[in-house]
Design a protein around this ligand. Sequence first.
Ligand SMILES: NC(=O)c1ccc[n+]([C@@H]2O[C@H](COP(=O)([O-])OP(=O)(O)OC[C@H]3O[C@@H](n4cnc5c(N)ncnc54)[C@H](OP(=O)(O)O)[C@@H]3O)[C@@H](O)[C@H]2O)c1
Length: 327
Amino acid sequence: MADAFFSFFVLLPLILLPFLYFIVRPRPVKIPITNRHVFITGGSSGIGLALAHRAAADGARVSIMARSMKKLEEARDAVKHATGIEVAIYAADVRDYDAVKKAVDEAGPIDVLLLNHGVFYALELEKMELSEVKFTLDVNLMGCLNMIKAVLPDMKNRKDPLPASIALVSSQAGQVGIYGYVAYSASKFGLRGLAEALQQEVIEDNIHVSLIFPPDTDTPGLVEENKRKPEITKIIADSSGFMKPDEVAQKALDGIRHGRFIIYCNLEGLALALATAGLSPQRSFLMAFVEVVTAGILRIAALCFQWNWYGSIEKWHKERKYSPESS
Ligand SMILES: NC(=O)c1ccc[n+]([C@@H]2O[C@H](COP(=O)([O-])OP(=O)(O)OC[C@H]3O[C@@H](n4cnc5c(N)ncnc54)[C@H](OP(=O)(O)O)[C@@H]3O)[C@@H](O)[C@H]2O)c1
């Protein structure tokens, strides 16, 4: 017993920590935000607006982009009122590459690109129109690719020697598939592949990619989504917690500053990040150590969650089958 204790708590860290310190890649980096140009898509509402507030308060030059000019003007006034700082506003749809390119060119070289825009509907694929599925993928996935294509040439050629950042707002539904999120999860899981591949392509340009995974967050977008969310989606997603946009924005900006590839926002998010670490880049040898030693136990926890969720789905279907409304 004493031998097992010694091996696990003394020998394992002694061997593993130096090894992980040596191999983790990319190497750690610090990305300053003060006095830098932070460009936020979807910056007129919810998490994006909270990011604009925080980045402005932290001394960044902030630009926000969204479709509705009215909402952008309201957001600009709100940030000015709270921080005394004027953010620049650009009206463009992320699905329209030419409009995006024009906005980005007008805004000037970008140091931190925060791709936060997004649309979400929770509905069974069978009940969704194909046009809604395409819209979700076009905005959430193609929109990010359009933005990155438009920003990358100038970001690569920037004169500023400081590291730059491209951060994408995903979702916990981009780490685990959940009933009702077929289209949304497809779009957000897609961001992970995009981010992992992109990080390899831009690392030599001192550009660092982050993926942010918020849980349910109290935003106008969530209020809209809740109007038609299937009951079973609420039951399953309830296990992931609930946050305020400002809390998410703070976690996101801290994560970007530390160059984290995966940015989780709460305790459940940490467990999800560890459970889904897979082949993703990891800069911190300490986090890598935690990933390695918790891998087995977290797989058991994940299987317990699946057992619970499939049980809930089975029960929910049975109740609907025998309810008076369905007969
Ligand atoms: N709230 C949550 O519970 C939650 C949880 C996990 C992840 N997220 C993710 O967090 C991000 C922000 O969500 P939120 O809840 O803050 O949403 P929100 O309140 O609905 O705000 C969405 C923002 O995106 C903009 N936008 C939407 N479609 C656009 C388009 N085609 N082109 C340009 N801008 C567009 C909106 O402005 P316009 O409509 O004027 O264009 C708005 O500024 C999304 O990526 C979402 O998937 C949210």
